[in-house]
Design a protein around this ligand. Structure first.
Ligand SMILES: Nc1ncnc2c1ncn2[C@@H]1O[C@H](COP(=O)(O)OP(=O)(O)OP(=O)(O)O)[C@@H](O)[C@H]1O
Ligand SMILES: [Mg+2]
Length: 401
């Protein structure tokens, strides 16, 4: 049935549960050979692809082989891929799946001695591997209204990587979920002085900022659940879009005068909190997850950046796009990465962040992956991304004061 564009059917099913578990790895190799639909949403497509909705039409059939045991009209859907860890799996199966995931994650890890050397470079205790520092402070918003694409993980790990390589970095957690504060190991229980006080009560940043746990030269303005109401409360305050900008500027004229970077982690929305971040910064960094849905809504985000640029902050632009949660075993990740690179060109960092268990474990210990497992693939990828950002910033005019 290959002529119909159906994926090849698996010839044999695994005979026992152990074989079924191993099949999960093979699934990615058996992906259909047919072209996947275009992944960029229609509003971002240009050229030939522009007006065409991403619909796959099976190729026309000239002839149906009557010896085929399955009539064309009743051709079943492609066989579902086995869930590597179904919720109803027996404990032994779950354990096996968990171990397999660990193995997968380490499969591309470097030999121990190389990892140890990489870890020393990552932590950079001697300062020999410092990145170039920007001549003027860079203030960067990490934004994407799509949830769970890696905004917080990117903010935390880039900030840690930059701070470990010679920069002074302030992170502002602008998300009521407070994930960034968790990832940097700073206190953010309800009632802790936090970014809400800065935005609503005009408290100076110096009164709420905390040093990040275990990384020198890195500070965090935490967010607590109190921030959840700020979006509504901001509506009626004076200069509601510029509150954060004023606070950062005041801080940088005083105690934060020697900061090299200010990174702002946004919530998954395009409300007043995100607008405050965009008004306060000149660069927008957009993390894009290597999945179909992660590209949806990107047009709206770009439109908002343009609106803020036109009406509130002439210096704003998208300076950086980072591909996150890249899974090298899937063709989809490759296709998404390629389409994003074709569309956004040089704005996309050349390195990608791999999907890695270590990256997702680190916040549970109140750490970045760079300090939690410095020699791991995720850590090295974030350090490389930070290096690229630092090098780009050092030779270009993408700066803010
Ligand atoms: N490279 C990665 N490998 C594995 N897991 C990752 C990776 N990056 C992020 N994650 C996990 O994906 C989830 C979402 O990441 P994160 O919280 O950074 O996204 P977000 O865009 O900030 O989400 P939100 O929109 O809710 O603020 C988290 O559980 C995180 O640990
Ligand atoms: Mg987040």
């Amino acid at each position: 049935m290959a002529g119909l564009g159906w994926p090849p059917r698996r010839e044999e099913r695994a005979a026992d549960s152990a074989a079924a578990a191993d099949a999960a790895d093979a699934v990615t190799e058996q992906e259909p050979a047919a072209e996947l639909p275009a992944v960029l949403p229609p509003e971002l497509r240009t050229g030939d692809a522009a007006p065409v909705a991403p619909v796959v039409v099976p190729a026309a059939v000239d002839r149906v082989d009557i010896a085929d045991p399955v009539p064309v009209m009743t051709q079943p859907d492609p066989e579902p891929e086995p869930d590597p860890d179904p919720p109803h799996a027996a404990p032994a199966d779950r354990l096996r799946a968990a171990l397999r995931e660990e193995e997968d994650d380490g499969a591309e890890d470097l030999p121990i001695s190389v990892q140890a050397q990489a870890a020393v470079r990552a932590l950079n205790p001697s300062g020999r591997h410092d990145f170039p520092r920007p001549t003027t402070r860079r203030v960067i918003t990490v934004a994407n209204q799509k949830g769970g694409v890696g905004k917080t993980t990117t903010t935390v790990n880039l900030a840690a990587a930059l701070a470990l390589h010679g920069a002074k970095v302030l992170v502002i957690d602008l998300d009521p979920q407070g994930n960034c504060s968790t990832g940097l190991g700073v206190e953010h229980r309800s009632g802790t002085p936090n970014v809400y006080d800065v935005l609503i009560d005009e408290a100076p940043i110096a009164e709420v900022v905390q040093p990040a746990d275990g990384v020198p030269n890195l500070w965090c303005v935490p967010a607590t659940i109190d921030l959840a109401g700020a979006e509504i409360e901001l509506v009626s305050v004076v200069a509601r879009e510029s509150r954060l900008k004023n606070a950062i500027e005041a801080h940088c004229e005083g105690p934060g005068a020697d900061l090299d970077y200010v990174l702002v982690d946004c919530p998954p929305s395009l409300g007043l909190l995100t607008v405050n971040a965009m008004v306060a910064t000149s660069e927008v960094l957009i993390p894009i997850q290597c999945e179909y849905y992660a590209l949806e809504g990107l047009g709206q985000l770009l439109k908002n950046v343009e609106l803020v640029r036109q009406h509130l902050n002439r210096g704003l632009h998208v300076s950086t796009i980072l591909l996150t949660m890249y899974d090298a075993r899937t063709r989809l990740a490759d296709q998404v990465a390629q389409e994003v690179r074709n569309h956004f060109g040089e704005t996309v960092l050349s390195g990608t962040i791999p999907r890695s268990v270590r990256v997702s474990e680190a916040p549970g210990y109140g750490q970045s992956v760079v300090t939690y497992d410095p020699g791991s693939r995720g850590s090295l990828a974030y350090i490389e991304a930070a290096r690229e950002i630092a090098v780009r910033g050092s030779d270009s005019e993408v700066r803010s004061s």
